[in-house]
Design a protein around this ligand. Sequence first.
Ligand SMILES: *Cc1c(COP(=O)(O)O)cnc(C)c1O
Length: 493
Amino acid sequence: MDFFIRWFSGASINLKEIMSKPSHFGPVLENTLKYALQHLDALKTSPVAASASLQSLRERLCKPLNTAGIPAEQVIDDLVADTAGGIMGSAGGRFFGWVIGGALPAALAADWLTSAWDQNAASYSCGPAEAVVEEACGTWLKDLLGLPAHASFALTSGCQMAHVTALAAARNALLQRCGWHVERKGLFGAPPIRILSSDQFHGSVTRATRLLGMGTEAVIGLPASPTGQLEAEALEQALQQAPDALTIVLLQAGDLNIGAYDRFSELIPLAHRHGAWVHVDGAFGLWAHASPRHQHVLKGVELADSWATDGHKWLNVPYDSGFAFVANVDAHRSAMSYEASYITHNDGVREQKDWNPEWSRRGRGIAVYAALRQLGRQGVADLVDACCESAHELVMGISALPGAQLIWEPAVNQGLVRFHDPRPGSTENDHDRYTDAIAAAVAASGEAFFSNTTWRGMRCMRVSVCNWQTDAQDVGRAVAAVAQALERTGWRR
Ligand SMILES: *Cc1c(COP(=O)(O)O)cnc(C)c1O
């Protein structure tokens, strides 16, 4: 260092002076820490739903771009002021909408460091530690989720891109079998590929098939059983009807509405007997494997060919965290790897871009690593069990209220309830509207947030618990908020 300082001071730049200046980052980061803590500490007391209107957010945020720059601290001050009321309390314990996870303290802190380090996680040479962190994550995740140790993996932006990654590998392998090199020739003129699933598949699957050139019509949803599962007979029949068709069987490890699990140990060998590739959508549901109490729902899941799941749902890593796993390592690598002469090749290292759909990207392994270390094996199991327990208490507590009807008792962390319009002679349509009105009233109370769904033709309130912060007090407050909404519209306890 001294050498450089002496060398530099010969020129007009005085490095010593530069280094003695206060950090450009200190004030703005300290200010930001203060705002972040304010938000996190207020999650217990502030309204859960956003309160600002679209118009007011646009008025505050969509201003003309300033010509001259603004000091960093003021940028953050303005950002906090201009977004006020537009930030959902989804990081807190009384948010039960969609399937939304929180952020563990270590994961959030590591996510900040990820930005400070600003590594390009495309390859080992741009960020050696990040690349090895991802190797560690891959090994730990396969172990926790009960997947084969030899499977390849990719850390993606979410389950959507995990589907794209895994289904690209499936497409590669299936077409390879008939001598069609899809990576070179593309899909023009290739034999078609179909996807057989129960009709409860998630919309991200059809988006993946669109991106991969297979089209939405490739996905054939067979009617689910009363328990929300793909029926073996229906699958076998569909497989027999077109014995030569290239087929992916998509199985569900926890569907969005009721958390239904397909019977892997029966369906995967059946699909394999017919030469199909089996892909599992386990966006949140695959995490049940971490819990000895719940892992029986995943019996046989390790027999599949590929799996997609999320880190930003049940693992409680901040957003931008999903995982794809593929048993056929060569198919995965062929579908994703890129080789060009200017790329540094390090023998024996894992180049992330050989497995990922992205090139340059965030070092998203760091937050996953931190989350897994903070929780440990036992902590992940406890998180899964606690969410399942809270979901059960919520659904049973709400269903016991006058005017409420239990639609689906959670086996894991998802359940459904419906509300009956108290007016005499009310119809199913009225109940639909009333169910939506109750969810809206609960959101307006600020006490809790639920999102509704249409399930088997009925509007239902979906209860999803995916956050380490949800405790018994949160459950009590949420049930009380629903009770109050019901009372205000005519139901009496
Ligand atoms: C959330 C979800 C997805 C999509 O995951 P993203 O992380 O939002 O991309 C896919 N399948 C199921 C069952 C889901 O719950």
